[in-house]
Design a protein around this ligand. Sequence first.
Ligand SMILES: [Zn+2]
Length: 387
Amino acid sequence: MTSTALTGIGLLVTHDPEFGELRDAALIIDEDRIAWIGQPADVPAADDATDLDGRCVIPGFVDSHTHLVFAGDRAPEFEARMAGQPYTAGGIQSTVAATRAASDDELTAHAATLLAEMLASGTTTTEIKTGYGLSTVDEQRSAQVAARLSDDVTFLGAHVVPPEYADRPEDYVALVTGPMLDACAPHCRWIDVFCDRGAFDADQVRAILTAGAARGLGLRVHANQLAHGPGVQLAVELGAASADHCTHLSDADVQALAGSATVATLLPGAEFSTRSPYPDARLLLDAGVTVALATDCNPGSSYTSNMAFCIALAVREMGMTPAEALWAASAGGARALRRDDVGVIAVGARADLVALRAPSPVHLAYRPGVPLVEATWKDGQPISARL
Ligand SMILES: [Zn+2]
C-alpha cells in the first residue's frame, strides 16, 4: 500500500455535497482512490507528501464524447470551411478511407498520442467511439484499439452510411444491427448513432439502438447537431444515457430532456470548428436538464482534445457560469457515462485530480488558451507533473 498526502491546496473543488469547495485543504491518495479530505492540521500520516503551494485542485476532466480511433487529418477541409464552405456529414468519408488503410498499430499509436495529450491537459476519463471503419472488420479493429485505451468504448458503426452502401442504406442498417454489432459488442460498453440530416433517420436509429440494447450496450445518440430532428426525443424515449450536441432544440426537446435521466452533452468545439451557432446551455440548465461538456475530438468537425478550451467556449458563448462549466466538464461527463467513481473528489472515488497554476478554476475561462494544468493524477498516479 502506498499513500500520498497532497497538502497546501489553496482551493479544493470537490463536486461532493459533503465538502463542496474547501479553502486551505489537504487530501490523502491511497493507491488509486481518495482516502481522506480535510484541513491540513488534521491530515493523517501518509507514505509521501506533496505540497501544492496554494494551487487550486479540481476533479480530473471527464471527456464523455471523443472519436480518437482514426488516421489522417482534414486540415484542408477546415481551411476551406473557414473560407466559407459549409460543414456536412459527408466529409467523414475521407477519414474512413484513411482509417481502413491504417494498421492496428498505427491506429493504436495515434489514439494513444491523443490520449496522452488529453491527460497532460487534465482529462483523466475518456470515452472513445469507433465509427471510422464502417465495415465489420474495420469497426471491430477500431473497437479493439479503443478497448486497449478506455473502459468506455462506444460502437458507432452508424456514424454515416459508407459509400458502398449509398444506394441501399437499409442493407447497411442490417449489417450494423447484425454481424457488425456481433463483432463489436464484446469490446464495447455503449452504442451510438448519428441521427441527423445526411446520417440516419428515426426508424433506423430506433432499430440500431434497440439492437444494441438487446446486446447489453448502453445507449447514446448524436442528436440535433445540424438541424431540428427526432434524435433528442428518441434518446429520451429509449433511455439513452446521453443525447450529444443538442444544438437545434425545440421546446418539446428541452422538456423531454428535463424530465429524464438523459444528459445533454454539449460539444462547443464542433460549433467553433464548423462556425455554427452554439447550443443554448443556459436554456437547458434553467429548465433543469443535466448538462455535460465534452470535446467531440475528431479530425473533421472538432479537432481539439482540450477540455479547458471547451469550458472557455461554454462560458463565453453558451451562457454557462465558470462553476457550471467545470461541473459539466467533470461530474456532468461522469453522469453522461453513468459513472459515480470519477468527476468528483470524494472519499472512495478514483484519485483523478488536476492541480492548476491558478487560484481558482474561473481562470480556465478567464485565461483561455493558457496551459494552466500543472499536474494530473490518474488512478492515484502522477501522470504529468510540472510542479
Ligand atoms: Zn461526435
